[in-house]
Design a protein around this ligand. Structure first.
Ligand code: GDP
Ligand code: MN
Length: 385
């Protein structure tokens, strides 16, 4: 799960990571009032779940309250396009107005899980403010990395080594060390999957501040962070993803046109591979899980048929603990409840398969049947055209 910069900055402040003073606003008048309160130059920043806002015109400096109001008027409601947004952009519904910083240096700092080393990694670079992917590709030596101990966490010497590597000295060095340690505490305490500060700045008067803040949270740990769940902004998520999460379906939309409905993540992966091998492209990953619940299948149909790019549906079920007859009943109920306007290919195997077959036969639905997975995938790809 992602959150907005203004929400991330509140969390940062809670954990003792310095950020510029600011507030979030949903109207130009509110932006003006905040700028008035802050006094002096401010930055007005579009709040969307995507980076690269600066280049897309979503970040504007203003000299005074008048300027802040004008900037907010330009930014609020715009379709902000950046390399990280969908091509049509994302609608800006709120801005963050903060005291402008006089920047002496722009640095980079992030924390994430290194799956290969099976522990957390803290990354830092003096080449902040720009595309870090580019820095990593062209000059990887400019990125410092410290892998933390799985049990002991980030050691003080590692925080000092990073601050030193960032070229911080004197008071800024002390601030940098404290900031890195506090940010790592936040990263662990809130079960983040990513913390990225780009840029981390040193101001002209020598303070170290997080000027931008990106926090991603591990969805599997959200159950123990109701405070984080409360920050969710469903406007920023794909509507079908939001629907699917309501139904407890494990759904990810993809670019193809063959929809999959499968029980089990491994089987879902294999099904997507089979579709590829048959020359097609999966429209989604959908794991309905191990459930003996007819409504789950009906809900899955709702999600799949709501996606206009879907031209065929492939149902691939291997009944282990899940019973094939329950799922077959779900397929029948779904056809009763809604108009399924695309061909449906069904491949069933496992527990209660005979009963499942009978349910489908008795219903007399226009289903395309298959025995093997390869055959099912070929039929689905052919049906999708
Ligand atoms: P992003 O483009 O979405 O990553 O948004 P950022 O918050 O990182 O801002 C982009 C750029 O705007 C930064 O790298 C800075 O160069 C500039 N910027 C943001 N805030 C300030 C500020 O307070 N003062 C100055 N001078 N520049 C700023
Ligand atoms: Mn940034």
């Amino acid at each position: 799960m992602k959150v907005h910069e203004y929400q991330a900055k509140r969390l940062l402040r809670e954990f003792g990571v310095p950020v510029p003073d600011g507030e979030h606003a949903e109207s130009p008048a509110a932006a003006r009032a905040i700028a008035q309160r802050l006094g002096g130059r401010v930055v007005v920043k579009a709040q969307v779940h995507a980076g690269g806002r600066g280049k897309g015109g979503g970040i504007k400096l203003a000299d005074d309250a008048d300027g802040a109001e004008a900037a907010a008027r330009q930014i609020l409601g715009m379709m902000l396009k950046t390399p990280q947004t969908p091509p049509e952009g994302i609608k800006v519904r709120a801005v963050w107005v903060e005291r402008a910083s006089e920047i002496a240096r722009e640095l980079y700092l992030s924390m994430t899980l290194d799956r290969v080393r099976a522990t957390h990694v803290v990354m830092a670079s003096e080449a902040g403010g720009m595309e870090i992917e580019e820095v990593a590709a062209r000059t990887p030596e400019k990125i410092l990395r410290e892998w933390t101990h799985p049990a002991l966490g980030l050691a003080d010497f590692q925080a000092r080594r990073l601050a030193f590597g960032l070229g911080l000295g004197g008071e800024a060095f002390k601030q940098g060390v404290a900031l890195i340690r506090n940010l790592f505490r936040l990263y662990l305490a809130k079960d983040c999957s990513l913390v990225e500060i780009n840029p981390l700045v040193v101001t002209a008067d020598g303070r170290v501040l997080a000027l931008d803040a990106k926090l991603n949270f591990d969805d599997n740990a959200l159950f123990r962070h109701p405070d984080v769940v409360a920050l969710r902004d469903v406007h920023e998520e794909d509507p079908l993803d939001v629907e699917a999460s309501k139904y407890n379906l494990n759904y990810i939309k993809l670019d193809g046109n063959v929809a999959c409905m499968v029980n089990g993540a491994g089987l879902a992966m294999a099904t997507m591979d089979a579709i590829k091998q048959a020359g097609g492209d999966p429209a989604n990953f959908l794991d309905i899980g191990t459930v003996n619940d007819v409504s789950r299948v009906v809900n899955a149909f709702k999600i799949l048929t709501a996606d206009p790019s879907v031209k065929a549906i492939l149902i691939n079920i291997f009944g282990g603990m899940a019973r094939v007859d329950v799922i077959a009943q779900g397929v029948v109920d779904a056809h009763k409840e809604m108009k399924v306007g695309v061909p449906v290919v069904v491949r069933l195997a496992g527990t209660n398969v005979a009963q499942g077959e009978r349910i489908l036969e008795d219903a007399g639905l226009p289903l395309i049947r298959a025995i093997g997975l390869g055959e099912a995938a070929q039929k689905a790809v052919a049906a999708a055209g």
